[in-house]
Design a protein around this ligand. Structure first.
Ligand code: SF4
Length: 371
């Protein structure tokens, strides 16, 4: 980092003092990033909208998984206005398999507000970005730095890990005080002449070199001589991370209720887990065959055959579902289905309805031979 840039950095807002021991770090990160960065669709052509979509998709999701979703999403919704007007069924269908559907819902709400409050232009100021649905400090920093070249930090899990190792941070990185300290340090290092490349470089270093849950590749690291964890030989023991709370276990019974090649679907309530998505009817607890048949009769349908579909499980952030499934054949319904239910043909179901991946094991059984 040049003296000139350092002066600019120190003058910028209320930043904490620059740590002289790390004075070379920004320039090294930027240089390394420019040489070694992965070519990713959202990096080849940068805009605030593309950064918004890619950063929201990348939350909790691997880069390789996101790539095709990103391209398809941008084809269907090329700009803020088209996303604000998105048809919900298409939005969820394009998100199907990415999980955490609240991200898709929030993206649409965010686009709405950008149209209503900012004339369709994604704002560049962090305080404005933070006022939008689904945008937290990291995403606000990423849009401001990557797309608008604002000298702000974008601190995700990768950056926390890198800075915790560089400073040999002994505290728990999940603790707010430690996160705040490492975020302040990162903010103080952002160079005004390359904030985007610095921010992306820190993330890229964490993704490719300073690895999570494995020993870091310190021998390849551009800042190894600045790194205290490396000097002290403790890099593979950092960062310190407290125990996460255990997931709550829930047992559920999932019913594939079929008449010919049509399958019963239910729309979930507009709020709560998997809000507004379609699902196979499912019930709390592990029902036996008789209870499963009674549940189908309670929907006004006439079951003629039942067979077990086996067990499956799905992990949400705070909940684990342990599921057991039944395939239940019913006679052709002779009256309308209850509100919130539909019975599409298999082709229609697979092409038009977004079924959450929690039900993937049972969705697969629609197209594969039963055991
Ligand atoms: S030297 Fe090792 S521990 Fe330190 S930042 Fe680089 S990869 Fe991470």
């Amino acid at each position: 980092m040049t003296d000139e840039n350092r002066r600019k950095t120190e003058k910028n807002g209320d930043r904490p003092p620059f740590d002289p021991a790390l004075s070379d770090l920004p320039e090294r990160i930027v240089g390394w990033y420019r040489e070694n960065r992965r070519r990713l669709p959202w990096r080849e052509e940068v805009s605030p909208y593309r950064t918004l979509i890619s950063e929201i998709m990348l939350q909790q999701t691997r880069v390789e998984t996101v790539k095709p979703y990103f391209e398809r999403f941008l084809s269907a919704f090329p700009d803020v206005a088209s996303l604000a007007d998105a048809n919900d069924e298409l939005l969820y269908k394009l998100w199907e398999g990415l999980g955490y559907y609240s991200r898709a819902r929030n993206l649409k709400r965010c686009a709405h507000e950008v149209v209503d409050r900012f004339g369709g232009v994604i704002p560049s100021e962090q305080k404005d970005l933070l006022s939008l649905p689904g945008i937290g400090p990291y995403t606000a920093g990423a849009i401001a730095a990557f797309a608008y070249d604002r000298p702000v930090a974008a601190v995700d899990g990768n950056v926390l890990r890198v800075t915790a190792r560089v400073t040999a941070e002994p505290g728990d990185i999940l603790a707010p005080a430690v996160r705040n300290k490492l975020t302040a340090l990162t903010s103080s290092l952002v160079p005004t002449d390359a904030p985007g490349d610095f921010g992306q470089g820190m993330i890229e270093l964490g993704a490719l070199i300073c690895l999570p849950n494995r020993p870091p590749k310190c021998e390849l690291c551009p800042i190894r001589d600045l790194c205290r964890a490396n000097a002290e030989g403790i890099a593979d023991r950092l960062p310190v991370r407290g125990k996460k709370p255990e997931r709550k276990l829930e047992y559920r019974t999932v019913l594939l209720v079929r008449s010919g090649t049509s399958t019963l679907l239910h729309k979930r309530p507009a709020r709560g887990l998997l809000a507004g998505l379609w699902e196979f009817p499912n019930f709390s607890g592990g029902l036996d065959e008789k209870e499963a048949l009674d549940a189908v009769r309670a929907l006004g349908l006439d079951p003629v055959r039942v067979r077990p579909l086996g067990e499956a499980k799905h992990l949400f952030t705070h909940i684990e579902w342990r599921m057991t499934g039944y395939l239940i054949s019913v006679a052709d319904p002779d009256r309308p289905l209850p509100d919130g239910y539909e019975m599409p043909e298999t082709d229609d179901l697979l092409s038009r309805f977004a079924i959450p991946s929690a039900f993937a094991a049972y969705t697969r059984s629609l197209t594969s031979p039963l055991p």
